[in-house]
Design a protein around this ligand. Structure first.
Ligand code: PGA
Ligand code: ZN
Length: 424
């Protein structure tokens, strides 16, 4: 059972404070988890508690969140068995008492939730993916490698936030990762050859100034071929448009114009016809349910339509999406909802409803590798965790390499089967 819960303020990959939690069990096990943080956050995400004291870290300190763990959450769960994850998460939700974890902070609650799971796994001598997923956890995810960063993650004129390489044609995770990495290096040479900047954005992708969003996709096609692969068959493409960020006063301010959701949908239809795109995340804004339904009717049988800011890992919002035929996939971010239980519930609901689920990092990350384990534990088949650069991104890929080695011959790479069948 849980003996004590500790917490501290550490730093994330952007140099902002975040919370790390340690759980001590009666048997002496000590395990820790750190909480990530977004930049292009959805309005419906669970609440991230920050100090607001401008005298420290520009107001971004998390000492209040640390205190919430030490003073309230810890005492409320001490004595409970660490394998009682649902009880522990429910206890924290009840203790918080608000709809969006506003009182204690979703960051405090999530840190404890994840550290409890790790302690339970460590104490039973199981890797986290196996403790959570049981003997059937064996599917290695296809990575969505975000190799060009725009939008809120880079100070350039590129409106679309993320451009992914999706190495779906590989036989194994490690091979797919290598293909992605080789293409990442080819992309760097191509950027240099075109006189474009090779500085990195928040998620490790390059952040060049480009004349258009299509230009970024063209660069990826060139890089894939230069690296010796076939676009589409070997390595497909994907986008996170993060369009809530440029939705203003009822229209999308995209490439210098003001577009309606129907015009945005027409733009994506053209892109899907012209490029080997297998996934498009947040093509429309987080509350544009009608536009999203029309877009899904148009494109949902051709490409994966992923709700990130739209669903915010929230089973209630996902249920609405399922009922209204909005999207066909959910991005899953542990800190959008704030407990492991609710995260796993969102993945289960998606899978039961014929939606795919993609485990995802945040743009502000730490060396914590929990999401790599969650991807395998849930057999989700997809993970989005940035470019193969910057250690907080690479840490997740490296952990997946270790998991692949541990599963050995039983590891199955999701490959093309990760995506709905129509993308074949
Ligand atoms: P965020 O971006 O972590 O800054 O919210 C990631 C995303 O939009 O998927
Ligand atoms: Zn997103």
């Amino acid at each position: 059972s849980i003996d004590a819960v500790g917490a501290r303020e550490i730093l994330d990959s952007r140099g902002n404070p975040t919370i790390e939690v340690e759980v001590l069990l009666e048997d002496g096990t000590v395990s820790r988890a750190a909480v990530p943080s977004g930049a292009s956050t959805g309005a419906f995400e669970a609440y991230e508690l920050r100090d607001g004291d401008k005298g420290r870290y520009g107001g971004k300190g998390v000492l209040k969140a640390v205190d919430a763990v030490l003073d309230e959450i810890g005492p409320a769960i001490e004595g409970i068995d660490a394998t009682d994850q649902r009880l522990i998460d429910a206890t924290m939700i009840e203790l918080d008492g608000t709809d969006n974890k506003q009182r204690l902070g979703a960051n405090s609650i999530l840190g404890v939730s994840l550290a409890v799971a790790k302690a339970a796994a460590d104490s039973s001598d199981l890797p986290l993916f196996r403790y959570l997923g049981g003997p059937n956890a064996h599917v290695l995810p296809v990575p969505q490698l975000n190799v060009i960063n725009g939008g809120a993650h880079a100070d350039t004129g590129v409106d679309i936030q993320e451009f992914f390489l999706v190495p779906q044609g590989a036989d194994t995770f490690s091979e797919g990762l290598r293909w992605g990495v080789e293409t990442y290096h080819a992309l760097k040479s191509e950027l240099k050859a075109q006189g474009l900047a090779t500085g990195l954005g928040d998620e490790g992708g390059f952040a060049p100034e480009l004349p258009s969003n299509r230009h970024a996709l063209d660069l990826l096609l060139v890089a894939i071929e230069k690296a010796g692969f076939t676009p589409g068959r070997d390595i497909a493409l994907g986008l996170d448009v993060a369009s809530t960020e440029f939705f203003e006063g009822g229209s999308y301010r995209f490439e210098g114009r003001e577009l309606s959701s129907a015009e945005m949908t027409a733009y994506f239809t053209e892109l899907v016809g012209a490029y080997p795109l297998v996934t498009i995340e947040d093509p429309l804004a987080e509350d544009d349910w009608e536009g999203y339904a029309a877009l899904t009717a148009e494109l949902g049988s051709k490409v994966q339509i992923v709700g990130d800011d739209l669903f915010v890992t929230n089973p209630t919002r996902l249920s609405r999406g399922i009922a209204e035929r909005v999207g066909n996939s959910i991005l899953v971010k542990v800190n959008q909802i704030g407990t492991l239980t609710e995260t796993l519930d969102a993945v289960s609901l998606a899978h039961r409803s014929g939606y795919s689920a993609i485990l995802s990092h945040r743009s502000g990350e730490t060396e914590d590798t929990t999401i790599a384990h969650l991807a395998v534990a849930t057999n989700a088949g997809q993970i989005k965790t940035g470019a193969p650069a910057r250690s907080e991104r690479v840490a997740k890929y490296n952990e997946l390499l270790r998991i692949e080695e541990e599963l050995d011959a039983q590891a199955v790479y999701a490959g093309r089967s990760a995506f709905p069948r129509y993308t074949d």
